[in-house]
Design a protein around this ligand. Structure first.
Ligand code: PRP
Ligand code: MN
Ligand code: MG
Length: 180
């Protein structure tokens, strides 16, 4: 285990199992629909890569990057598009893939945007859901694990861009972010 990790919450086996289970469900729900599966960069990249390999029906992939502003505008929850999709979502069944839903601002914005752009359907698949910290409502259609309000890193999730490549999800030691 990495020295900055307090505790491993989900190891590779647990992540593989939950991804298989979500993939099996998505295979049934999206059979014949040719969904556009959208990865929200960067956090969702590892989950996306594993999840789509478990979906046994035709899908298309696309990628989107957004950044949210904190600080003074935190309550307004402003979100800015850093990289937009290459594909039009009009009349498409869109599945948004995320690593974690925290305040809900990112997904609330993206889901609304795709509906405004006339997607046929917009659904959300998140590996982790942290309902305690929700600020704006998000309807999560597919969720891997409900997680406590702890600082989680690994398997795509970062702290200051570190730890994304850990093959498991763990709780970051508080000493790591308190000494910086
Ligand atoms: C993180 C995470 C989600 C979002 C969740 O992304 O990957 O996308 O925050 O938080 P929210 O529900 O409060 O919006 P971040 O903006 O840190 O970018 P990253 O994916 O590149 O790490
Ligand atoms: Mn993210
Ligand atoms: Mg981040």
């Amino acid at each position: 285990m990495h020295q900055d990790i307090e505790q491993v919450l989900y190891d590779q086996k647990a992540l593989t199992e939950v991804t298989k289970s979500l993939g099996a469900q998505l295979t049934v729900d999206y059979a014949g629909k040719n969904p556009l599966v959208v990865c929200v960069l960067k956090g969702a990249i590892l989950f996306m890569a594993d999840l789509v390999r478990q979906i046994d029906t035709h899908v298309e992939l696309d990628f989107m990057d957004v950044s949210s502003y904190g600080g003074a505008t935190v309550s307004s929850g402003e979100v800015k598009i850093v990289k937009d999709l290459d594909t039009s979502v009009e009349n498409r069944d869109v599945l948004i893939v995320e690593d974690i839903v925290d305040t809900g601002r990112t997904l609330n914005y993206i889901a609304d945007l795709f509906k405004y752009r006339k997607a046929k359907s917009v659904k959300i698949c998140t590996l982790l859901d942290k309902p305690e910290t929700r600020v704006v409502p998000v309807h999560v259609d597919y969720s891997g694990f409900k997680v406590p309000n702890a600082f989680l890193v690994g398997y795509g999730l970062d702290y200051a861009e570190h730890y994304r490549n850990l093959p498991y999800i763990g709780i970051l030691k508080s000493s790591v972010y308190q000494t910086k």
